[in-house]
Design a protein around this ligand. Structure first.
Ligand SMILES: Cc1ncc(COP(=O)(O)O)c(C=O)c1O
Length: 422
C-alpha cells in the first residue's frame, strides 16, 4: 500500500539525500592555499590565470574570463557584442531569467522562442522568429541536456546571426561528441553553488573573438587587468583605467574552489550518466511519463527532469509528487525558478521599473507570443537530483523503487479507489 494511504515508506532516511557541492579535504586545502596567497586579484594572474587557462583548454577556446556570477558572464558577452537598443536577441521562453535579464539592462529586446520536449529552444520555432533586427540567438542547455545544435548552428549561419550558449546547467555536456560551449561565438557558465562546477558564486565566459574578450573585460574588470591585457593601440585602450563603469570581478576563493571542483567533472558525469540511464529504464514503460530525449547527446545531468501527463495518469502532478514525498523521496521537486520567463514583469513591463527602457514597452495592440510548449513543459516537469558517486547507488535504487511503486499504483487504479473510498 502507498505510504500516502498508510502503507510502509520506501525510504526511511532523514533528508537531505543529495548534498551539493561536495566539499572534501582537497577542496578545503585549495581554498586555504588561496587564502594564504591573496583574496583579491587585480589582473590575470594566480588562480584566475590557472583556472581560465584550464577551462579554455578544456573548451578549446582562445580566451576565458572569470566573473563574479554567471549573470555577469552573460552580461559580458552581450556587451562584448555591442548589443543595444534597436537590437533583438532570440532566447528560449523556458529558462532561468538570468539568461535574458542582462539584455533588458542593456535595452535590448529579448524575443522569446518556444521550446521542444526537453524544454530547449526549438529550432523550428527559431526559424520563424528571425527578423532583420535579430543580432543574436542564445540557447540554454536546460538541465544539462544539449539543444539540437546542428540545426540551430545552421539557422544562425544562414542568417548571419551570432550564436551564444548559456551552459550554466551543462558543464561538460556534449552534442554529437562535441562539448557544448564550442558551437557559437561565445559561451557562459554559472559557477553558483548548485552548478556542476562551482565556487559558491562565480561565472566564466569563453570566446575565440578577441573583440568580445576585450569589451567584456572593459565592462567589469577595470584598471590593471585591462591595462595589461588590452593592446595599447586598441581604440578603446583609453577606457582601460575605468572600464565601462562596473566591477564584476570574481572572488579568488570562489575561483580556487571552482578550479578544484572542475578536476572532478568528467568523473562525475560518467557516474551521473549511469544513474540517469537507470532512471530512464525504470520510467520509460509508463505511458503517463516522458523521459528526457537524449538522442545525439551526452548530457551533464545537472538534474533528471521528466514530464508527467495528468490526463494519461488520471491524477494531478501535485498528488503524484505528494505520494512520492510520502514514500520518503524528499528530493523530488516541481521546478519553479526555471519557467516561462516572458510574462515576468522584468520582461513584460521593464519600463515600469526602469523608465530609460521606454522603448521596450509593448507596442499598443501588440500581443505577446504565448509559447504553449514552454507552458506545457513547465506545467508537467518533475525534477530529481542525479547523484555523482558510486556510494550513492543504494539511494538511487530506493528512489527508483519509490517511483515505480507510485507509478504502478497509478496503473492499478489505487488513487481512484482511494478517492471512491473517501
Ligand atoms: C540557465 C542559467 N543561466 C544563468 C544563470 C545565472 O547564473 P548566476 O546565478 O551565477 O548569476 C543560472 C543560475 O542559476 C542559470 O540556471
Amino acid at each position: 500500500m502507498l505510504a500516502l494511504h498508510g502503507g510502509t515508506v520506501v525510504l526511511d532516511q532523514p533528508d537531505p539525500h543529495f548534498v551539493w557541492p561536495v566539499v572534501t579535504e582537497q577542496t578545503r586545502r585549495a581554498i586555504n592555499r588561496q587564502l594564504d596567497q591573496t583574496v583579491s586579484i587585480y589582473d590575470r594572474s594566480g588562480i584566475f590565470k590557472e583556472f581560465e587557462d584550464d577551462f579554455a583548454h578544456y573548451q578549446g577556446a582562445q580566451y576565458a574570463l572569470v566573473t563574479n556570477s554567471g549573470t555577469s558572464a552573460l552580461f559580458g558577452i552581450y556587451e562584448g557584442l555591442s548589443l543595444g537598443p534597436d537590437d533583438e536577441v532570440i532566447c528560449a521562453d523556458y529558462s532561468f531569467f538570468a539568461t535574458s535579464g542582462p539584455l533588458i539592462y542593456l535595452g535590448v529586446r529579448p524575443v522569446f522562442c518556444d521550446v521542444d520536449g526537453n524544454g530547449n529552444l526549438d529550432p523550428d520555432e527559431l526559424a520563424l522568429l528571425v527578423s532583420p533586427r535579430t543580432k543574436a540567438v542564445i540557447v540554454t542547455h536546460m538541465w544539462g541536456v544539449p539543444c539540437q545544435m546542428d540545426r540551430i548552428v545552421e539557422i544562425c549561419a544562414r542568417n548571419g546571426i551570432a550564436l551564444i550558449e548559456d551552459c550554466s546547467h551543462a558543464h561538460g555536456a556534449r552534442f554529437k561528441g562535441r562539448l557544448v560551449g564550442t558551437f557559437g561565438i561565445a559561451s557562459a557558465w554559472s559557477l553558483q553553488a548548485q552548478k556542476l562546477v562551482t565556487g559558491g558564486e562565480g561565472g566564466i565566459l569563453t570566446t575565440n573573438d578577441r573583440e568580445i574578450y576585450v569589451r567584456a573585460q572593459l565592462q567589469g574588470q577595470y584598471n590593471k587587468r585591462c591595462r595589461e591585457e588590452i593592446d595599447k593601440n586598441h581604440p578603446l585602450y583609453g577606457y582601460a583605467l575605468t572600464g565601462f563603469g562596473l566591477k564584476l570581478r570574481a572572488h579568488p576563493l570562489a575561483i580556487a574552489m571552482a578550479a578544484e571542483q572542475f578536476g572532478n567533472l568528467e568523473r562525475w558525469i560518467v557516474q551521473k550518466s549511469i544513474y540517469a540511464a537507470r532512471f530512464d529504464n525504470a520510467l520509460r514503460e509508463y505511458e503517463f511519463i516522458s523521459i528526457p530525449k537524449t538522442v545525439n547527446t551526452s548530457p551533464s545531468w545537472y538534474a533528471y527532469t521528466f514530464r508527467f501527463d495528468p490526463a494519461a495518469a488520471g491524477i494531478e502532478r501535485e498528488l503524484f509528487v505528494k505520494a512520492l514525498y510520502a514514500e520518503g523521496l524528499r528530493e523530488i521537486d516541481i521546478p519553479n525558478s526555471m519557467r516561462p520567463v516572458s510574462d515576468l514583469p522584468l520582461f513584460s513591463a521593464p519600463e515600469q521599473a526602469m523608465p530609460r527602457l521606454r522603448h521596450l514597452a509593448p507596442a499598443e495592440g501588440r500581443t505577446n507570443r504565448t509559447n504553449p510548449n514552454s507552458r506545457n513543459y513547465w506545467g508537467s516537469a518533475i525534477k530529481l537530483p542525479v547523484w555523482a558517486f558510486p556510494e550513492d547507488e543504494g539511494l538511487v535504487l530506493k528512489y527508483i523503487e519509490g517511483l515505480k511503486k507510485v507509478c504502478d499504483a497509478i496503473r492499478a487504479g489505487e488513487f481512484k479507489n482511494s478517492a471512491s473510498r473517501a
